[in-house]
Unconditional design. Structure first.
Length: 517
């Protein structure tokens, strides 16, 4: 605040330390905002479609839609009470199993595992996320439900008065057919008595044992699922015709030497290629927008994307079926299936890439800006190369989510036993749908074909994942031996040039260590 000669107060204009970003940065911000707006429009369109189509049923049935078990639309009585209860129970069991394993595995990786083993376990966790869901479904159907559950002994009922649940009365005599009814105190007591340390040390060792056991269970689970799928598909995989023929002239009773899955492999590759061509550029641009162009709009887009990561696959299939096939008049084809896959994959890729880019240290950006680099050059030359490994993983995770889904395929792509190389017209089958159709048959040859198809599907995801981890798995600043050799040679040439300018010889006997810390 200053005063002029007349004594009136004059407020000094505040200087804004703002520089013109230039045309490249303005284009970068415009492209980033356009990517975020496009993703937001797609997500809101899917959500609006779901609400609009659901309102017709909800307005007619009212709250009884949630409490009615019958499904009689013609009579005006329909509801989802039965499937709702089943869904809640399945979710509760899944959470009860997954949360302890996930927390224990994360604690073991971050707190107990050695550095070399930690990197391996991180790759194992990423592999578990990349395994297609249909593979886990086959494992649960044919191994867990078909072999484990029938062999589990049931506890004898407890008939003691005042007992509230079976097996809770300790006075009941243990049964030989129920091995767990031997008393809960004996093994725990023996374990605790074996420790002669004080209480905190015993608790720490017990916690370490539990966490390490959970980490071991996580690794064993992945290996067992992969090995079980390969073992069950061993009868179909050795046949060359399994990869070079379709099922147009083969039936359920034909031997494994006839028919194959070439039509499903071709359909899966075409569908996932189109979906990746749509989702990878859009997802990466949106992830960059969320981190490099902050604001209220970016926070709103991030909230919508996080909510859409839980989008059920059947909803994406219904959305494409109602809009592309029914409204626009297109036929069921590989393109329609690719659009459904893109709707499912887009939030996964954006969310994973957003988390990876946020992990890039802010000091790297500040160092780039301090050298006078523009924003888009900083993103292109600093942020994206630093997050290269994580971005590759995000694409693989999105690919695994899309390539292993079965429910949208009958609605969007249809089913055919012949090869259809044109994704724009005609039904086109994929590997998950072919797996589902094979295992529905009770014939052993068809079940073997189903497991062989699941093994091929798993290989299509895991092999690129392993290659991507090997090629792009080095951290920021880590160079290969060839790159280090080139860096040393370039440094020596620079030293000779600087020495020639100053009129003195360059020291050749001093080794130069350019290896990054």
């Amino acid at each position: 605040m200053t005063r002029d000669t007349s004594g009136t107060a004059v407020r000094d204009a505040l200087r804004r330390l703002y520089a013109d970003p230039g045309l490249p940065d303005r284009v970068f911000r415009g492209v980033a905002r356009s990517g975020g707006g496009l993703v937001l429009a797609v997500m809101l369109l899917v959500g609006g479609f779901l609400l609009y189509r659901a309102w017709q049923a909800l307005s007619r049935a009212g709250w009884s839609f949630l409490t009615t078990e019958a499904w009689e639309p013609d009579a005006g009585r329909f509801g989802i009470a039965a499937v709702l209860v089943g869904t809640v129970l399945i979710a509760r069991v899944a959470v009860a199993v997954a949360v302890p394993l996930a927390v224990g595995g994360a604690l073991y990786i971050s707190q107990y595992a050695p550095p070399r083993l930690r990197r391996t376990l991180i790759s194992v966790v990423d592999l578990m996320a990349a395994v297609p869901s249909v593979v886990y479904g086959l494992w649960g159907l044919f191994f867990f439900e078909g072999r484990i559950l029938p062999s589990v002994p049931r506890p004898p009922p407890c008939r003691s008065p005042g007992c509230c649940s079976p097996g809770c009365c300790r006075s009941a005599a243990p049964s030989a057919s129920w091995p767990w009814r031997t008393g809960c105190s004996s093994p725990c007591t023996r374990l605790l008595v074996s420790f002669d340390e004080n209480g905190p040390a015993v608790r720490d060792r017990l916690a370490a044992g539990v966490v390490q056991s959970l980490g071991l269970v996580m690794v064993v689970a992945l290996g067992f699922v992969v090995v079980f799928t390969l073992w069950e598909g061993r009868k179909a995989l050795p046949h060359l015709n399994f990869f070079t023929q379709d099922m147009a002239e083969a039936g359920p009773l034909d031997p494994l030497s006839s028919g194959g899955i070439l039509h499903a492999i071709l359909g899966t590759l075409e569908q996932i290629t189109i979906a990746l061509a749509l989702t990878v550029p859009t997802g990466m641009v949106c992830a960059v927008f969320l981190n490099e162009v902050p604001g209220r709009f970016a926070r709103f887009v991030r909230t919508v994307v996080e909510a859409m990561t839980a989008l059920p696959p059947i909803v994406a299939g219904l959305f494409v079926y109602a809009t592309v096939i029914l409204a626009l008049g297109f036929d069921r084809s590989g393109l329609a299936a690719s659009l459904a896959l893109a709707v499912m994959m887009l939030p996964i890729i954006i969310r994973a890439a957003d988390v990876v880019i946020r992990l890039v240290s802010g000091t790297l950006r500040e160092a780039s800006y301090a050298l006078g680099t523009s924003r888009w050059r900083t993103v292109w030359h600093v942020v994206l190369p630093t997050a290269r490994s994580g971005l590759t993983t995000s694409v693989i995770l999105g690919t695994a989510r899309g390539i292993g889904e079965t429910s949208p395929m009958p609605l969007t792509a249809g089913f055919t036993a012949e090869i259809n190389g044109d994704p724009l017209s005609g039904p086109q089958v994929s590997l998950p749908l072919a797996t589902f159709e094979f295992v529905k048959s009770p014939e052993p040859t068809m079940i073997a074909r189903g497991f062989g198809t699941a093994a091929v599907l798993m290989a299509l995801v895991l092999v690129p994942f392993v290659v991507a981890r090997v090629v792009g798995g080095r951290g920021p600043g880590q160079l290969t031996r060839r790159q280090e050799h080139r860096r040393v040679q370039a440094s020596r040439r620079d030293a000779e040039r600087f020495a020639a300018r100053s009129g003195r010889a360059a020291p050749r006997d001093t080794p130069m260590d350019t290896r990054s810390e």
